[in-house]
Design a binder for this molecule. Sequence first.
Ligand code: TXA
Ligand code: MG
Length: 298
Amino acid sequence: MPDAVERAVIVLNAGGLIGLPTETVYGLAARADKDDAVAKIFQAKGRPTGHPLILHISSISDLDRYAVNVPASAFELAQQCWPGPLTLLLNKTSEVSHLVTGGRETVAIRIPANTCALKIIEQCGNGLAAPSANTFGHVSPSTAQHVLDDLGDRVDLIVDDGNCSIGVESTIVDFTTHEPQLLRPGGFPVEDLEFIIGKSILMPSGESRASGMLASHYAPTCTVTLVNDLTEARIVNEANPQSRILEHADNIPLYAASLYAQMRQADDDGISMIIAVLPPKTGLGFAIHDRLTKASFL
Ligand code: TXA
Ligand code: MG
């Protein structure tokens, strides 16, 4: 899509916002060095400014432009997993504005695995700040249409690159703590990351650092009831005429890839309750388990 890439770069360089395709979910992107443009991201999403944004870069050689004191194991993950659904939380350099980091001295960075996104970032010559392109608290977008549905004319251009292949957000690992901590399970299985660095990634402790760690996030309008298997799902389904079962326990990648589209579809169809079969809390299933649990909070 050379044309779309060119147009996206023009919009970004002029301080506009674009819908950016990535392998996880669509992002709402602005040039990270343009404070006015970054400020528009918070307005468009209705997101409080204290909630930091992920900085998307296109090459590992840009890492030291934005991050300092990168631990060896974090660098190892960057080399082995990028481009890919992994975000590293690192100490920031003065290049990164406090608007992007919500006033923090740390910055979340990733290289997305999407050819259009990589070309756009590269041609801008600067990292792009981008949260998921949904309204605050809503389900993330896994298609360009979802971005349009949520943000409409609050986004200047949407680059449509079809369905996101992974469908859930990136895994976030904090490397600014003594031992690495998992801030958000996501598209990259944490077991695989632990294998690469040869040590455990701990569950987060201390104050909440990722907004995705808040209760009632990633939620559709209908209620989400969690069950352990299909038999249980059918019983709940029988008792609730306006309900719909959500499950792909036999195909976890498909479950992840279709999760947000199915939640949005249920709302469009006027369904009052989603009955979701929880996948095992391992591999990619961990991220689905996490999002379903958050969506089930009232
Ligand atoms: O897959 C993804 O990560 C997608 C695509 C677009 O890249 N992005 C995404 O962004 O999910 P967002 O803003 O919806 O979620 C990013 C999470 C938030 O929970 C935010 O609080 C956390 O990352 N985060 C970002 N910078 C941080 C920082 N400096 N300290 C702590 N948490 C941070
Ligand atoms: Mg989000």
